[in-house]
Design a protein around this ligand. Sequence first.
Ligand code: NDP
Ligand code: GDR
Length: 378
Amino acid sequence: MKKALITGITGQDGAYLAEFLLKKGYEVHGIKRRSSSFNTDRIDHLYHDPHESGVKLQLHYGDLTDAMNLTRLIQEIQPDEIYNLGAQSHVKVSFDSPEYTANADGLGVLRILEAIRLLGLTHKTRLYQASTSELYGLVQHVPQSETTPFYPRSPYAVAKLYGYWIIVNYREAYQMYACNGILFNHESPIRGETFVTRKITRAVAKIGLGLQDCLYIGNLSAQRDWGHAKDYIVAMWLMLQQDKPEDYVIATGVTTTVREFIKMAFGELGIDIEFSGKDENERGVIIDIDQQKIEELGLNADALKFGQTIVKVDPKYFRPTEVDLLIGDPSKAKKQLGWEPGYDLQALVTDMVHSDLHLAKKDEHMKKGGFKTLNYFE
Ligand code: NDP
Ligand code: GDR
């Protein structure tokens, strides 16, 4: 039975990957951070009491900023595969916490590589590094492939640039099986609530039920190549099953603006919106409502009016330096790994909006029952 160690197992990708590897028969170990409240929501359905026999998922306390902890865990587990998904992964937050981001996202990679080397596991343990399309940053060339030059535009991307190159360096210096997956944005119903897609789909669901009035948003013109996380974790695994370690771009090859994503998300509920105005004054207004759909989905018809403004720009969400356009070329992964995405953007939007509508309906019941619900708009 193969053993895998996942850092960042409590995050979006970690949760999907853990489920995928367990189904493949792996013994899965995950590193979770100590927190004052439970932080394992995304993997609770996979968890079994460790006192039961044959438990295949084991969680360990740890942190990417703690070299001794990482080295001890790798020594104890002796993993065949390590997936380094842990990171301070929010680009905007990295401007507020640049040193911590550099430590966890940059040096964290080095700590794992050194642990593998010092423990003599160089020829046993394969390593996947969660690299990112943010490395491309300021657009040099589109579509972006494995050979496009990097120009990072945030402390997050600069930290990930270190992670990328230290993987390449250790692969060349010590013949380690270490790969960078240069993954473009991938989303899902369990995407962190403050990334733009999830922020949008949560707001759309709440606005549809009359639980929220308006979506406050940043740069509407940013363009992203959005895929589904369920597809992307398969590519991570494939990268570690090859004869030779290489780096791969994982993307859909289609790019869309934030503005268009918002229209698609409202469209899913039968609410048609139009944008007008410029820059900070741009806003989204309801221009049509499909009453039949509103009824079918159990939305709050009284809360939705023709001409109502439901999207406004708030410059506080702008970034000091922005990444304007990402569009990936996944040809190498398709050819060499046989990887293909199953979801297109419309299927992703449908999945996310309906999942958030379901969750918002729970909030609606709570509110009716007199309970307070979380209304966090970041
Ligand atoms: P999430 O933010 O959902 O998850 C990040 C995970 O890292 C969480 O489990 C978090 O723990 C953990 N973590 C944060 N800081 C530390 C630390 N210091 N030590 C140990 N663990 C830590 O990210 P995603 O699942 O979306 O992304 C996974 C990886 O892929 C990240 O490295 C991200 O940068 C990268 N990436 C993501 C893309 C995407 O579109 N999703 C695209 C390209 C790359 P906790 O739950 O306690 O916060
Ligand atoms: P990104 O994702 O920065 O690409 O990083 P995010 O969803 O945060 O932003 C995408 C684009 O949307 C614009 N935007 C907003 N973003 C947020 N979060 N909130 C807003 O209100 C808002 N309004 C507009 C942003 O300016 C940006 O242009 C994600 C993370 O998962 C990284 O870890 C990963 O490496 C990259 O994707 C690939």
